[in-house]
Design a binder for this molecule. Structure first.
Ligand SMILES: NC(=O)c1ccc[n+]([C@@H]2O[C@H](COP(=O)([O-])OP(=O)(O)OC[C@H]3O[C@@H](n4cnc5c(N)ncnc54)[C@H](O)[C@@H]3O)[C@@H](O)[C@H]2O)c1
Length: 254
């Protein structure tokens, strides 16, 4: 029931850290993956790494409906959509002060909220009616623990996790509920995956502070969401729709 051999999956933002893992998981379980990214080189690199005739890169801007329609026309057999693209400023050694609520500009709001929410809206608007017409499909929206709880700003040093990320990630969970009920009778299942923080060589001080907030006392390895992706895309979750699957080492249980 976890077999993905009949699934053709578009991963938006597929060239990024987790997009690569989602794409790998799909091919490892028999599916075909279309790795869509604004950064075509990154998408190409992911496909090169997967090294399979079941992985195809495509230039995709989730904020451009024409680009999304081009993706559908190029791969009309897509029957699963993973809305994964986002702009999420990473915590790095070089992160300076930023993200403070009082100083956040409208430009920063538009950029971050648009990629996450408008991108999910536009991709869903293009693909869901096609899935419904064809008798079914699956949508997996990627939110975050930050779609469930507020960021604990004390872990970010002299910068802040911006309100845009909270707003958009909470919004994704609402969009999932809306779309899941809207398309429930068309056999289009829509769920959310909310991952916790992935270890990616962040500064030690940040990692220490964050892991103190996680009952399992560690960040996720980037491979640890692959199982959930396979579950949500496959028939193993055939009676699940409108759900938010939180995979966070227990962070939101505290
Ligand atoms: N990494 C984490 O710790 C973590 C934790 C929880 C949730 N998430 C969520 O998982 C998803 C993937 O995160 P990630 O860490 O892989 O991020 P990432 O920054 O590594 O990848 C995001 C990708 O989206 C692409 N992108 C940006 N704008 C785009 C657009 N307009 N059209 C198409 N592609 C676009 C970027 O080029 C990039 O390749 C995001 O939704 C993120 O919010 C990540």
């Amino acid at each position: 029931m976890f077999d993905l051999k009949d699934k053709v999956v578009l991963v938006t933002g597929g060239g990024g850290l987790l997009g690569e893992m989602h794409s790998e998981a799909i091919v490892e379980n028999g599916g075909k993956v279309i790795v869509g990214d604004l950064n075509f080189e990154a998408a190409q690199k992911v496909c090169d790494k997967i090294n399979s005739d079941k992985a195809f890169p495509i230039l995709l801007d989730v904020l451009d409906k024409k680009s999304i329609i081009n993706c559908l026309e190029t791969h009309p057999d897509i029957n699963v959509l993973i809305n994964n693209a986002a702009i999420d400023p990473k915590v790095t050694q070089d992160s300076g002060p930023g993200g403070a609520f009082e100083n956040l500009t409208e430009y920063e709001w538009d950029l971050s909220v648009d990629v996450i929410m408008k991108g999910t809206f536009l991709c869903s608007q293009v693909f869901c009616p096609v899935f419904a017409e064809k008798g079914g499909g699956v949508v997996v929206n990627i939110s975050s623990v930050m779609g469930v709880i507020a960021p604990n700003q004390s872990i970010y040093g002299d910068s802040f996790k911006p309100i845009t990320y909270s707003a958009a990630k909470h919004g994704i969970i609402g969009m999932t509920k809306y779309l899941s009920t809207y398309y429930a009778q068309s056999n289009v299942r829509v769920n959310t995956l909310s991952p916790g923080g992935v270890f990616d060589n962040q500064p030690e001080e940040f990692v220490d502070k964050l892991t103190n907030l996680i009952p399992m006392n560690r960040m996720a390895d980037k491979t640890e969401y692959k199982g959930s992706i396979v579950f949500l895309c496959s028939d193993a979750s055939s009676y699940m729709t409108g759900h938010n699957l939180v995979v966070d080492g227990g962070m939101t249980a505290w």
